[in-house]
Design a protein around this ligand. Structure first.
Ligand SMILES: C[S@@+](CC[C@H](N)C(=O)[O-])C[C@H]1O[C@@H](n2cnc3c(N)ncnc32)[C@H](O)[C@@H]1O
Length: 245
C-alpha cells in the first residue's frame, strides 16, 4: 500500500500470509473465519439442519473454526486493537477470553438476526442469529453516531447475494459498511484474512478505505476478485462497482 486508496485480495493461506503484514500497519480488521460447525456436531444440532448446506461447508473446510494462533498476529498488525470477528455460539468464549480477559479490551456483541431460520422443533432453540464480536482498545478510531449505533440487524437470509455470488456464508454488505464507518476513517487500511466472496473488500471500496485480504480457495478467490471489479458469478456487471479507467 503506497498511500493510495486501493483494495487487494491475495490468494493463499491467511496463517502464512499474515506473517508478511507489517507490525502496526492496519487500522481495522473485519473478518469472518470458518465457524466451528464441528462443535455444533457434538451438540446434535447439526442433524436437523439442511444436509446439502453442510456438505458444502465441509467440502470447503468451512466447518473447522479458527486456529487461535492467528490472534497474536492480528494484534501485532493492528495499530490499536480494533477488530470485528464473525462467529457462531461455539466460538464466543474463545474470543472473549483472548481479547477481554487476555488483552483487557472493550467489547460489544453485534447480532445478525434472521427472520426466516431453518424450521425445526425438538430440544434446541432455532439457529436464527449470527454473532459479530467487536473488540477495541483505548485510542482506536471509534465514532458511533446514534443512527449507526444499533447492535441488532434484523433481516432475512442473504438470498440475493447468495444467488448473485453463491458463497454459502456471504454476509450482508450494509452491515459491514456500518461497522467500517463506525470504526475507521476514510483512507484507513482494513484487513480481512478470510475474504470469502469479498464482502469486506467491497464495503471498504464503497466507503473509501484501503483493503488487504486473503482467500485460500481458488473458486472463491476468483469470484471475490471479480466482485470487486463489479462482475457477479454469472458474468453480469454491477455498474455501481465497475472500475473506472
Ligand atoms: C466464512 S467465509 C467468509 C465469507 C465472507 N465474509 C463473505 O461475505 O463472503 C470464510 C472464508 O475463509 C476462507 N478460508 C478458510 N481458511 C482459510 C485460510 N487458511 N486462509 C485464507 N482463507 C481461508 C474460506 O475459503 C472462506 O471463503
Amino acid at each position: 500500500m503506497d498511500g493510495r486508496i486501493e483494495q487487494k485480495i491475495i490468494k493463499g493461506d491467511a496463517y502464512e500470509l499474515i506473517k508478511e503484514v507489517k507490525d502496526k500497519s492496519i487500522d481495522l480488521i473485519i473478518t469472518d473465519p470458518p465457524y466451528d460447525i464441528e462443535g455444533l456436531h457434538g451438540s446434535g444440532i447439526i442433524k436437523v439442519r439442511k444436509k446439502s448446506f453442510h456438505k458444502e461447508l465441509i467440502s470447503k473446510n468451512l466447518d473447522k473454526g479458527l486456529n487461535s494462533a492467528i490472534l497474536a498476529d492480528f494484534c501485532r498488525v493492528m495499530k490499536k486493537i480494533n477488530i470485528y470477528i464473525w462467529c457462531n455460539k461455539e466460538q464466543i468464549l474463545q474470543y472473549l477470553n483472548y481479547f477481554v480477559k487476555g488483552k483487557n479490551c472493550n467489547y460489544e456483541i453485534i447480532i445478525w438476526a434472521k427472520e426466516d431460520p431453518i424450521p425445526f422443533c425438538g430440544t434446541h432453540y432455532l439457529i436464527d442469529k449470527e454473532y459479530c464480536l467487536y473488540f477495541w482498545e483505548q485510542g482506536a478510531p471509534v465514532k458511533i453516531p446514534y443512527e449507526r449505533g444499533k447492535t441488532v440487524f434484523i433481516g432475512r437470509k442473504n438470498i440475493l447475494d447468495k444467488n448473485d455470488y453463491g458463497h454459502p456464508t456471504i454476509k450482508p454488505i450494509d452491515i459491514i459498511e456500518t461497522l467500517i464507518l463506525n470504526s475507521s476513517k476514510e483512507g484507513d487500511i482494513i484487513l480481512d484474512s478470510f475474504v470469502g466472496f469479498g464482502t469486506t473488500a467491497l464495503a471498504a471500496k464503497h466507503t473509501k478505505r484501503s483493503f488487504i485480504g486473503f482467500e485460500i480457495d481458488d473458486e472463491y478467490y476468483k469470484i471475490a476478485s471479480d466482485r470487486l471489479r463489479g462482475i457477479n458469478k454469472r458474468g453480469e456487471l454491477n455498474l455501481f462497482d465497475v472500475e473506472e479507467d
